[in-house]
Ligand binder design. Structure first.
Ligand code: SF4
Length: 383
């Protein structure tokens, strides 16, 4: 696969109407004037990036507006960013996949129709739960009914690919209540579904509430029961698991995220966005003020950059690739890095294969059904 012809363009929109208490992403409620200066800075950053040789070497296959809550931007502004991206960057390989993350309660039918007309062809909706008590505990701004309404409106607006996210492992959640959410979600017949376990990140209000014992998080056995319930329920649909947390009907896998898991090339725009270009990974400053100031001065926005040597890049590509149920191709890795996977990991691999956590078939290494719920443990041995 020619990764340079499959590059991803990511635009990080660092605004949310209200900060969810579990969230550690780069996002905050916008102050007056923030949206305008953010948009001006991203337009400038695009023009600056477009003349870089490492960007000119790429052809983009996907665009992803993530956040934060991109749907807080007026639809015509998102369309304007897209028009500018199409003008400045190469999109040589046919119609790109263009995703917008949307939160219920932040966009109406007219906005969705406008996004569709602008060429957006995929929506990722932050549903998280269809249980109003859970949504309130999560501090989400929407109800289950509003989530259902935006899914229906997205389809009405002509989006064939509507994905939504659900979270399990929530405070006070039981395998039974998770099953009920899952059943309600699957009744909406999604073509793509992402299931994430809640992680309580240090420094968030959720971590403090957990420390005070305000609620109980499900234990390990309950989490495993929730994962098993997900597999059983999804196994009765047309959805197939293609990544640890992601399920899709055939052909609707998220191409943008698959590029990350293949350790491909991507250009990230906006504060806190990460780029992988010319063998280097660079993270932009996460602070909106600093980001706008640096862009206006024509200075690099990178706050950190890292160049991995060939062996470290190989290991990273193996670990990320194992997130996908198709795993990694031994031949592709040899061609890309000049390293033989089987020889490189020989004793570790022999043990993991023996424990039936990994499998080898048709020249590919992948996590077994036993290994998938224990992916972190397996990857820690290979990283
Ligand atoms: S909507 Fe998403 S990005 Fe925004 S605060 Fe909530 S979890 Fe974080």
């Amino acid at each position: 696969m020619d990764l340079a012809a499959q590059a991803g363009l990511y635009v990080h929109v660092p605004f949310c109407r209200r900060k969810c208490p579990y969230c550690s992403f780069c996002s905050a409620p916008p102050q007056p004037g923030d949206l305008t200066r953010f948009l001006a800075a991203v337009h400038s950053q695009m023009r600056q990036a477009a003349v870089l040789p490492e960007v000119q070497a790429l052809s983009f296959a996907t665009v992803f507006f993530g956040g934060g809550t991109p749907s807080l931007l007026p639809a015509e502004e998102l369309a304007g960013l897209l028009t500018e991206a199409r003008r400045l960057f190469s999109f040589a390989g046919g119609e790109p996949e263009i995703t917008v993350e949307v939160n219920p309660g932040t966009i109406d039918a007219a906005g969705l129709a406008q996004l569709r007309r602008a060429g957006c062809n995929r929506l990722s909706i932050g549903v998280q739960s269809l249980d109003d008590a859970e949504l309130r505990l999560l501090g989400r701004i929407h109800s289950g009914a509003e989530a259902r309404a935006v899914i229906a409106a997205a389809r009405e607006a002509g989006f064939d690919t509507v994905s939504f996210d659900l979270m399990y492992g929530l405070p006070n959640q039981t395998p039974g209540s998770w099953q009920a959410t899952l059943d309600r979600a699957l009744a909406l017949a999604p073509v793509h579904l992402s299931l994430y376990e809640l992680t309580v990140e240090d420094g968030t209000p959720f971590a403090r509430a957990a420390g005070r014992g305000e609620w109980r998080l499900p234990g390990e056995d309950e989490i495993l029961a929730m994962m098993a319930a997900s597999e059983a329920a999804i196994g009765r649909t047309h959805l197939m698991r293609y990544e640890i947390s992601n399920y899709a009907v055939a052909g609707r896998e998220c191409r943008h995220n698959c590029n990350y898991w293949r350790n491909g090339f991507y250009l990230g725009l906006g504060p806190g966005a990460v780029s992988a270009l010319g063998g280097e990974r660079r993270s932009a400053v996460a602070d909106l003020d600093a980001f706008c100031r640096l862009v206006a001065a024509g200075q690099p926005v990178w706050h950190e950059s890292e160049r991995l040597d060939q062996e470290a890049a190989f290991r990273e590509t193996v670990v990320m690739g194992l997130r996908m149920t198709a795993g990694v191709s031994i031949d592709d890795l040899r061609q890309r890095f000049g390293i033989d996977l089987l020889a490189y990991y020989r004793p570790t691999l022999a043990r993991l294969l023996d424990q039936h956590l990994l499998m080898l078939r048709d020249g590919r290494l992948f996590l077994s059904n036993t290994g998938l719920p224990l992916a972190n443990r397996v990857m820690a041995e290979l990283v």
